[in-house]
Ligand binder design. Sequence first.
Ligand code: NAP
Length: 301
Amino acid sequence: MTWHVLGGGSLGGLWAARLGRAGLPVQLILRNPQRLAAYRAAGGLTLVEQGAAQTYPIPAQLAADSQPIERLLLACKAYDALAAISSIETRLRPGAQVLLLQNGLGSQEQVAARVQNARCIAVSSTEGAFRQDDFRIVFAGQGQNWLGDAQTPPDWLGELTLAGIPHQWTEKMPTRLWRKFALNCAINPLTVLHDCRNGALLEHLDEIQPLCAELVELLNHAGQADAAVALYEQVLQVLQATAANLSSMQQDVRAGRRTEIDYLLGYASTCATRLQVPAPRLQQLHLRLLEHLRARGLPCA
Ligand code: NAP
C-alpha cells in the first residue's frame, strides 16, 4: 500500500525519504504545478544526516491526481491542514488512514470532521528537521513519534520499523497531545516575547508559574487531568534540558514565517472561554503575542 505524503517540507520530507529508501512505495503530494516543477528540477528529496546529503527520487504528484489514497501522512502546518485535506478528500478510499503530524490542538478536530469516513490518527513528534533549501531537509534531532487512537494498532507499524522511523503506539494519545500543547503554551510564546532561547526563561519563573497554574485548571476542566500532573515541574525540566534551543515559534518569528499561534494560545483562549475557566494570564499572553506579531508584520492567525 502506497504511503501518500502531503507536503514536502521538513517532517514530510524526513518521513518520505526514510520510507522511500526502505523500498516502500511513497508518493509525495505537492501544492501546485510550480512546486511540482521545482521538485522535479531538484531531482528528488535531499536528506542531510550528520552532514552527509543523499537525494531520493521519490515520485510526486498534485492533489488533482486521480490515484485513490488509502494511507496519507498529512505533513503540513496546522493552519494549512484543513485546506490540504480538502484538496484530496475525494481521493480518500472509505476507511483510509490519515496520520496527522500537526503541532498544537484544533487542527486534528478540523480534519477529522472534514473526512468522517477516514481513520484519523494523531502523531506527536519530538524529532527535529528543518528546510535548508527547497526539498533539502536537514535531520536535526533524534526523537520519538507518539501515535495512536482508540482502535487496535494498525498493521503498518512494522513498515515504520523497517524505515527506521522511531515510533510508539499509545491509546492515550489525547493525553500526549494536551501535555505537549500545555508545554508549548507555557514556553513558546514567552521565548518570542523575551526574544530568548528556552533556558533564559528560567529567569522569568514569576511569569511561568502562574501561567502553568492556569493551564492546569484549563486541562482539568477539559477532562485532561492526566496531562496536567506536575506540569510546572516538567516545564522546568524542559527549559533546563533544552536551554540552548530556540523554540519552534521563536524560529518562525525570527525567520519571518507564520506561526501556529491559533493552535496554541488561540486554542487555549477559546477553550477557556467555552469552558468558563478564568484564564486572564493566558488571554493576556495571547494578546501580547498577537501585538508582537502585528508589529512585525507577521500573520496574526
Ligand atoms: P514545513 O517545513 O513548513 O512543511 C510543511 C509543508 O507543507 C510545506 O512543504 C508546504 O508546501 C506543504 N503544504 C502546505 N499546504 C499544502 C497543500 N495544500 N498541498 C501540498 N503541500 C502543502 O513544516 P514542518 O516543520 O514539516 O511542520 C509540519 C508540522 O509538524 C507542524 O505542525 C509542526 O509544528 C510539526 N512539527 C515539526 C517539527 C520539525 O522539526 N520540523 C517537529 C515536530 C512537530 P510548500 O513547500 O509549497 O510551502
